[in-house]
Design a binder for this molecule. Sequence first.
Ligand code: ZN
Ligand code: FE
Ligand code: FE
Ligand code: ZN
Length: 273
Amino acid sequence: MKNEIVKPDLPDYHIHTPLCGHAEGDVHEYKTAARSRGVTSLCFTDHAPTPDGYDPAHRMTMDQFPLYKSMVSETQTAEPPLVLFGIEADYYEGCENHLRSWLPEQNFDFVIGSVHFIDGWGFDNPSQRHVWDSVDVTGSWRRYFCLLKMLVDSGLFDAVGHFDLPKKFGYRPEKGDLREMALPVLDRMAELGIGLEINTSGLRKPVKECYPSAEILSWSFERCIPICFGSDAHKPQEIGFGFDLALDLALEAGYSHHFTSERRVKELKRLAA
Ligand code: ZN
Ligand code: FE
Ligand code: FE
Ligand code: ZN
């Protein structure tokens, strides 16, 4: 990966740690990388543990959560950049039972809600990519957006992560179908004040573009949905990855502000053009 210069003055609100089992580098290295790459603040958002056996392969255990909390707090020194404490929690049917009480107890600054499975199929997992060739692509997207709508309706999350993740390997619905599926979700996000993440990890994947697409971002702008930026870093050198492109995407969609979040309260900040 080339070590491109990132535009300054943007926070990175989607960062993992090795506790998830598929990331590398310690939290101090992530902070050092953020400083050297012009990222103004960072929010660790590792994959949330689950108490019910949901996808244990990609996350810390409930027992490891206190360690996660202490690792992040070790980096919360007076030295910039500012470090925030967050989580990327999966939405799946039944998750509410646990999350409704657990999330508010953790003093998070920011909670991303993500869907990584369609009825047990890890549709964005490279080892399950072949499944795309045998399913109804549009039907799968429809089911994904149905889950995303439930995620938003739950009111448990501050922002939606990688909104159009099913495009990762290039399998897409027709444009008109995408619009019909995405708009009800965006409408509900606007109603509830839920943010949208511009996630640059797609630039590192076969689809080679950010999540969401320029088109979805323009629908989001029309609805005044606040945006934030996330690299979805699983290595220190991925911090702030592609933020120059992400900023251009936001400005082209019409955005003049992004949000920051502390103690789960959003504040709008002007984007540096
Ligand atoms: Zn991950
Ligand atoms: Fe994710
Ligand atoms: Fe992530
Ligand atoms: Zn992610």
